[in-house]
Design a protein around this ligand. Structure first.
Ligand code: SF4
Ligand code: SF4
Length: 295
């Protein structure tokens, strides 16, 4: 039986999800690199890969299988791809050159500038180490769109928290004025999967969405959590884990905008306050504050 590209991808991604089946990863990489869908390059800097994991769990507006099979062509993603070393770096360079001005560059994690940029080296090109810092400067201006996935990429986040000994900076602070289109900040620790995938689809279908003052898509970040919180008017409680309002323990809901109350997490299973924990403001440019909460 002949297996077509779509069938093959469906099978392959299902196998990844199951985490039990053997896969021909070389074959999968070849299929993923086919010239049919909008090209995406995903770079990971100083981060925990949480934004990748969050994205892989997407269920709304569609599944990750559908994204990979029908919506985008992932050309380079060091977290997901089987290729490594020289062949991975060659895939990155080839994709950026072949799709110069056409690809979407997703950057996850902050970008360390300390120690002569050497805290994060993503590989070697022609025997020369390529730092994350230089990779962003090299590929950012070649991209059609640049997306900062998560708060570390958007604002520095946890990676740039004081004393920031690795000198981490955000995507926008490094690439400001050097990109074809405005950088899109998808804040969140991690990024919400729906926000991530829907924004990729928006970029492909209609271009850069309307952005707020922090370069976040307005449609997701125009809601103040406190203003729609179901715990408003409830008794203030002295610690997390108890049903009530968390203002007394430093809930950041009154100062933070995010789509959590409506989009929620894990296929709409819940969100922080619904799970009896204060909002810690993870979509804010000031995240993480110290202390995170006052309890
Ligand atoms: S729990 Fe937080 S967001 Fe909700 S009402 Fe209290 S202070 Fe506001
Ligand atoms: S409720 Fe607050 S801390 Fe929790 S995910 Fe949403 S923005 Fe982040």
């Amino acid at each position: 039986m002949r297996i077509n590209r779509r069938d093959f991808l469906k099978w392959s991604v299902a196998a990844v999800a199951a985490l039990k089946l053997e896969m021909d990863m070389d074959k999968l990489n070849t299929v993923l690199a086919a010239d049919t869908d909008p090209p995406v390059i995903w770079l990971l800097g100083s981060g925990c890969s949480g934004c990748s994991i969050s994205t892989l769990n997407v269920t709304n507006p569609t599944t990750i299988e559908d994204v990979l099979q029908n919506k985008i062509s992932m050309k380079y993603d060091s977290t997901l791809m089987a290729a490594s070393g020289e062949s991975a770096m060659q895939a990155l360079e080839n994709a950026a050159n072949q799709y110069n001005g056409q690809f979407i560059l997703v950057i996850e994690g902050a970008i360390p500038g300390g120690a002569s940029k050497n805290y994060c080296i993503i590989g070697e090109q022609d025997g020369v180490p390529l730092t994350m810092y230089d990779a962003v400067l090299k590929y950012g201006p070649k991209a059609k769109y640049v997306v900062a996935a998560g708060t570390c990429a958007s604002f520095g986040g946890v990676a740039a928290a004081a004393p920031n000994s690795t000198g981490c900076v955000s995507v926008k602070s490094l690439l400001s004025g050097q990109t074809a289109n405005p950088i899109v900040n998808l804040a969140g620790c991690p990024v919400n999967a729906t926000v991530m995938v829907q924004t990729l689809l928006d970029l492909i279908l209609t271009g850069v969405p309307s952005l707020d003052n922090n370069s976040r898509p307005s449609k997701y970040f125009n809601t103040n959590i406190h203003s729609v919180c179901p715990r408003r008017g409830k008794t203030q409680v002295p610690q997390p884990g108890i049903y009530g309002c968390y203002k007394a323990v430093g809930c950041r809901g009154p100062y933070n905008q995010s789509p959590c109350p409506s989009l929620m997490w894990n296929n709409k299973q819940g969100w922080c306050i619904q799970s009896d924990h204060p909002c810690i403001g993870c979509t804010s440019p000031t995240f993480p504050l110290n202390p995170i909460i006052n309890a």
